[in-house]
Ligand binder design. Structure first.
Ligand SMILES: *Cc1c(COP(=O)(O)O)cnc(C)c1O
Length: 378
């Protein structure tokens, strides 16, 4: 049976070109990039080439890109790195961080951990489409605020936050702005300089590189406390011998993403709009979650009334379809998605949530097949 993979926000398949480019760094050019001989130097060159490619996608300088082990680590690094710098290095009385209720667990649980260490966290509410209120943000900033961290685009409902406006507000108050852009990178055009972003997290496995590689953009001049103690790698911010092959893979994935950005986004958006049309034409008791305007091109999230989504997902799986419920991270636990809760979806309806996220390898006839299968099971 063919797999029809509609869960590209959970992870993506590694592209052939990406795999091909990374493999030599496991078996041929396997030197330590800190070594002086030829295969060490070629590993170093490969890392710096990859850094350049990531920077090019984000429109920043390559010395503003740091490689990490995943998107979650980048989020930890941004939040803890700036919080610890204030507390332990600057010894200032700043102790406040602002985020939203609909962040990924990598942000929410990092905030929870910081809260236990005495930092104060404000969670901004969102409206029924998932947007934070700029007025609330402005009102929440105090003279003790270190950082605002608001996701670029939500992983469950696809809502794209007003990033440039958020950055204008944080800048006018002299507060740092970090954004978890793991879902947005490669899907929408991001210019960190023009948008006024201070720090940004991204992850390889959401853009056709392997799992276990990420990066963070930190604007020149912004200090954060070192995240991992040890050697001098990553400008002394993150120790550990570089994961050369995967860094190369991430660089290649970013190069492809930059080259294909417009056509990729356009193709996904066509699939998304087609799916929404077909859903509304074929089902009566269905609600579309999130914004229809400011939305990730490949994201669909719908609630079916009187449907248990985990049961539906398993039946769809038996037909070869991979989709998720609330979010991939909460699979196996039956609690209602914190995102759907935050946008005010009643919990009985939220239990019937299905997230369909399109990617590079999806085609329209798969969507047709999917709609027919849904008609049978819903
Ligand atoms: C997937 C994801 C992460 C975590 O990235 P990993 O590389 O899996 O750690 C963080 N934030 C968002 C919005 C995500 O979608």
């Amino acid at each position: 049976m063919d797999i029809k993979y509609f869960d590209n926000s959970a992870t993506t398949k590694v592209k052939e070109e990406v795999l091909k480019e990374m493999l030599p760094y496991l078996v041929k050019e396997y030197g330590n990039p800190s070594s002086l001989y030829t295969i060490g130097r070629s590993a170093r060159r490969a890392i710096e080439n990859a850094r350049q490619r990531v920077a090019s996608l984000l429109h920043c300088h390559s010395d503003e890109i740091y490689f990490t082990s995943c998107g979650s680590e980048s989020d930890n690094m941004a939040l803890k790195g700036s919080a610890y710098l204030e507390k332990y290095v600057m010894k200032s009385n700043k102790n406040h961080i602002i985020t939203s209720r609909i962040e990924h667990p990598a942000i929410l649980n990092t905030c929870e951990s910081l809260e236990k260490q005495g930092f104060e966290i404000t969670h901004l509410n969102v409206d029924e489409e998932g947007f934070i209120s700029l007025q609330d943000l402005e009102n929440s900033i105090t003279d003790r605020t270190i950082l605002v961290s608001i996701m670029f685009a939500n992983n469950e409902i696809g809502t794209i936050e007003p990033i440039e406006k958020i950055a204008q507000i944080t800048k006018s108050h002299g507060v740092l702005f970090h954004t978890d852009a793991v879902q947005a990178v490669g899907n929408v055009d991001i210019d960190v300089q023009k948008m006024g972003i201070d720090m940004l997290s991204l992850s390889g496995h959401k853009i056709y590189a392997p799992k276990g590689i990420g990066a963070i953009y930190i604007k020149r001049g912004i200090g954060i406390e070192r995240f991992l103690d040890g050697g001098h790698q990553e400008k002394n911010k993150r120790a550990g011998t570089e994961n050369v092959a995967q860094i190369v893979a991430l660089g290649k994935a970013c190069e492809l993403a930059e080259r294909n950005l417009d056509s990729y986004g356009h193709r996904l958006q066509e699939l998304r709009d087609y799916f929404f049309e077909e859903i509304q034409r074929n089902f009566k008791d269905v609600k579309i979650n999130g914004s229809l305007e400011e939305r990730l091109p490949g994201n669909c999230n719908v609630c079916f009334k009187n449907v248990d989504s985990s049961e539906l997902i398993l039946r769809l799986d038996s037909e070869g379809f991979c989709v998720s419920g609330g979010s991939a991270c909460s699979s196996g636990d039956n609690s209602v998605s914190h995102v759907l809760q935050a946008i005010g979806v009643p919990s009985d309806l939220a239990k019937g949530a299905v997230r369909v996220t399109f990617g590079e390898f999806n085609r329209k006839d798969e969507v047709d097949e999917f709609i027919e299968t849904l008609k049978r099971y819903v």
